[in-house]
Design a protein around this ligand. Structure first.
Ligand SMILES: Cc1cc2nc3c(=O)[nH]c(=O)nc-3n(C[C@H](O)[C@H](O)[C@H](O)COP(=O)(O)OP(=O)(O)OC[C@H]3O[C@@H](n4cnc5c(N)ncnc54)[C@H](O)[C@@H]3O)c2cc1C
Ligand SMILES: *[C@@H]1O[C@H](CO)[C@@H](O)[C@H](O)[C@H]1NC(C)=O
Ligand SMILES: *[C@@H]1O[C@H](CO)[C@@H](O)[C@H](O)[C@H]1NC(C)=O
Ligand SMILES: *[C@@H]1O[C@H](CO)[C@@H](O)[C@H](O)[C@H]1NC(C)=O
Ligand SMILES: *[C@@H]1O[C@H](CO)[C@@H](O)[C@H](O)[C@H]1NC(C)=O
Ligand SMILES: *[C@@H]1O[C@H](CO)[C@@H](O)[C@H](O)[C@H]1NC(C)=O
Ligand SMILES: *[C@@H]1O[C@H](CO)[C@@H](O)[C@H](O)[C@H]1NC(C)=O
Length: 580
């Protein structure tokens, strides 16, 4: 049977248990011709391994395709490229009903996940269809279609979402991942700005560009463009729109701080160029207000920096020697302000335990002097073979990145959830504040299997770029995050407990920093008072901008600006946890 015939068969079947029943095959075909044949069926990533599917799931069982999926199950490369793949696999599933199409991530050939007993592959939260967008008219077609037929929309780039905002049951995805242009703009002046605006070094990228491509481009052009902790995160999607921290954000600012212009298509139907001189309201909203909320970015222009050497440190602490872990935390807490003032950025891993650090501000000699206290602590005061110290000067960002940023890789290809708190400078300014924080750090190890204190707040950079992230970001030193993970075979009841426990794990830090907030992209899925936590005093203005550009709520998402609450049928696959 030809693939077209198979596809027609799949389309002739009911589209999925979630799809609005009124939508017939001919309606989808019409949409497909409106968008020039760029409509794709959303097929769960591991579908090819399953003999049995629920009605409406496309694709076929296919041994070769299954083997490729199994070989790449915990690799971001195939996942970020597949409309039906999500980096954190629970977002492919319907958690409330346990409908899924997953493999055992610890052993992707484990028959128990897909064959013994015969398991059924379900569509879960994978969009039924996605338009691989090529330009504004495709996005406008998606908006009209959603309004006419009531099909929920999602915006999907790489599927790196931690909170499920790029998938939805029965949805149509606006899939931006094919927009791959990268243009160097060494003397960029935002569109329609007066001649008095000074040109800046920048790069204009399509919404589908991932950091891997941008790091290579920057390297070829002798530039530095800071990236987060995974090279397949989208450079113009949820990362800059939600904030975007990196090892360099203490000095270079958050990704949101560096955006100079956004080309956006709004649900109201405008195709805008937004920058500091025109459409300033949506420009502000899309630098921190969150992805998938105000419009679809087609392209974005972001600041670049000259290529630079990087002073880099990696250290481990031997935790088998009593007292050393607390001494390490105390040192980091006691010195956090001066380290930030001297331009250090770092990922402190309480559960490793260890730390990766970088500095592009100081010379090698200055960096060595500046970090001598930590070096002495680890190499002289600490004992045990697990205490190690390494310091190098890397010639450029591309060389430095794999050796220090992703040396401890962020795991992908299984279910993972986070909860976090921004830790204000004020907590580091008093002896009691410091002691309490160091003490709370030691308890983390019992709260979650994964924890990172990201020394990435834009403290050195300062708050001078008028973004819409919570102002707490600019009053903080650390973004402290916990995470937990699980496999394919957990029940909804045990997931509810995992989410709830992780949320409780952050309570100690909420208590230490009650007026702070959290980083929306890596927050508790069930964040209490999320509007205040993610946006602080910026929320009312963000809400009015949401209402202006998306009056029909075509782009709603979980705990996003304008959220109508869990009872919206769009969120039926989210579990109820802690009354949210
Ligand atoms: C392995 C890994 C490492 C990470 N490391 C970091 C890190 O170091 N620092 C950090 O700050 N964050 C990090 N994150 C979190 C990351 O910022 C968020 O997951 C972010 O939302 C990913 O954006 P995306 O566009 O790549 O993903 P997607 O899942 O495609 O989209 C995420 C959100 O953005 C929206 N969106 C995507 N594209 C567009 C568009 N073109 N227009 C409008 N909305 C859009 C989606 O609707 C969704 O709401 C990491 C995540 C992962 C999985
Ligand atoms: C949309 O049309 C193109 C070109 O005719 C075709 O290849 C593709 O399979 C269609 N998509 C769907 C989901 O039917
Ligand atoms: C992921 O897959 C890509 C492409 O096949 C490969 O180049 C890369 O080495 C893989 N990464 C890991 C960590 O296996
Ligand atoms: C993985 O699963 C396969 C198939 O069920 C099994 O034969 C193999 O022993 C498992 N491997 C491990 C390491 O558990
Ligand atoms: C942010 O503000 C600083 C200081 O005013 C300025 O140097 C920098 O260029 C600004 N960045 C952006 C992206 O506007
Ligand atoms: C390390 O040991 C030296 C010598 O005993 C001491 O002076 C110093 O304070 C110690 N450093 C820390 C951070 O405890
Ligand atoms: C899930 O399966 C693994 C083996 O892959 C097993 O060790 C574990 O106990 C199972 N968990 C549950 C909740 O059934």
């Amino acid at each position: 049977m030809s693939s077209t015939a198979l596809l027609l068969l799949a389309l002739a079947a009911p589209l999925s248990s979630y799809a609005a029943p009124s939508i017939t095959q001919s309606v989808w075909s019409q949409l497909n011709s409106t968008v020039g044949g760029r409509l794709h069926a959303g097929i769960p990533f591991a579908r090819s391994c399953f003999a049995h599917v629920t009605s409406g799931v496309g694709g076929t069982q296919d041994a070769a395709a299954c083997a490729a999926v199994q070989a790449n199950y915990v690799n971001h490369t195939l996942l970020q490229d597949s409309l039906g793949g999500y980096i954190n696999t629970q977002w492919e599933t319907c958690q409330a009903t346990s409908e899924q199409c997953l493999l055992d991530y610890q052993n992707a050939t484990d028959q128990r996940a897909f064959n013994t007993p015969a398991r059924i592959c379900s569509q879960g939260s994978v969009p039924d269809f996605g338009i691989k967008v090529n330009g504004a008219s495709d996005v406008l077609a998606a908006y009209s279609f959603s309004k006419q037929f009531g099909v929920p929309l999602v915006v999907r780039g790489t599927g790196h979402e931690y909170k499920g905002r790029s998938g939805n049951p029965g949805s149509l995805a606006i899939w931006t991942h094919g927009l791959k242009s990268i243009t160097n703009a060494p003397k960029f002046v935002p569109t329609n700005c007066p001649k008095t605006v000074k040109p800046r070094t920048a790069v204009t990228i399509g919404a589908g560009v991932i950091y891997e491509e941008l790091i290579d481009f920057a390297d070829t052009n002798s530039l530095t463009i800071p990236a987060g902790g995974c090279i397949s995160v989208g450079a113009a999607g949820g990362y800059p729109q939600g904030g975007g921290h990196s090892m360099f954000s203490n000095v270079y600012g958050l990704a949101a701080d560096r955006v100079l212009e956004i080309e956006v298509v709004t649900p109201r139907g405008d195709h805008l160029i937004a920058n500091e001189c025109q459409n300033t309201d949506i420009f502000w909203a899309m630098r921190g207000g969150g992805g998938g909320t105000f419009g679809v970015t087609l392209s974005m222009t972001t600041l670049t920096f000259p290529a630079t050497k990087v002073n880099a440190v990696f250290a481990n602490v031997d935790n088998s020697v009593p007292g050393q872990l607390l001494a390490f935390f105390e040192f980091m807490v006691n010195n956090a302000i001066s380290l930030a003032e001297q331009g250090w950025g770092y990922y402190l891993y309480p559960t490793l335990p260890g730390i990766a650090m970088s500095n592009t501000v100081l010379s090698q000699a200055e960096a060595e002097a500046s970090i001598a206290g930590l070096k002495q602590l680890i190499t002289k005061n600490f004992t045990g073979s697990g205490s190690t110290w390494e310091m190098t000067v890397e010639p450029d960002y591309k060389t430095y990145y794999p050796k220090y940023v992703t040396r401890i890789p962020v795991p992908v290809g299984f279910a993972m959830t986070t909860a976090s708190r921004l830790i204000p400078v004020a907590n580091f300014q008093t002896a009691k504040g410091r002691a309490d924080l160091a003490q709370a750090m030691t308890a983390i190890i019992d709260e979650a299997p994964v924890a990172i204190a990201f020394g990435v707040a834009p403290f050195y950079h300062g708050n001078n770029n008028d973004t819409s992230v919570t102002p707490a970001w600019y009053d903080s030193l650390w973004h402290l995050a916990l995470a937990n993970t699980w496999n394919f075979n957990e029940t909804a009841t045990s997931l509810t407990k995992i989410y709830s426990d992780l949320s409780s794990g952050v309570d100690a830090f909420r208590a230490l920093a009650p007026n702070s907030g959290a980083y929306q992209n890596e927050a508790d899925l069930y964040e209490p008072d999320f509007e205040q936590s993610f946006w602080g005093d910026n929320y009312p203005r963000l809400l009015s901008i949401k209402q202006k550009y998306d009056p029909d709520h075509l782009l709603d998402c979980w705990q996003c600006v304008g959220w109508k609450g869990h009872s919206d049928p769009r969120y039926k696959c989210y579990l109820e946890v802690n009354g949210i």
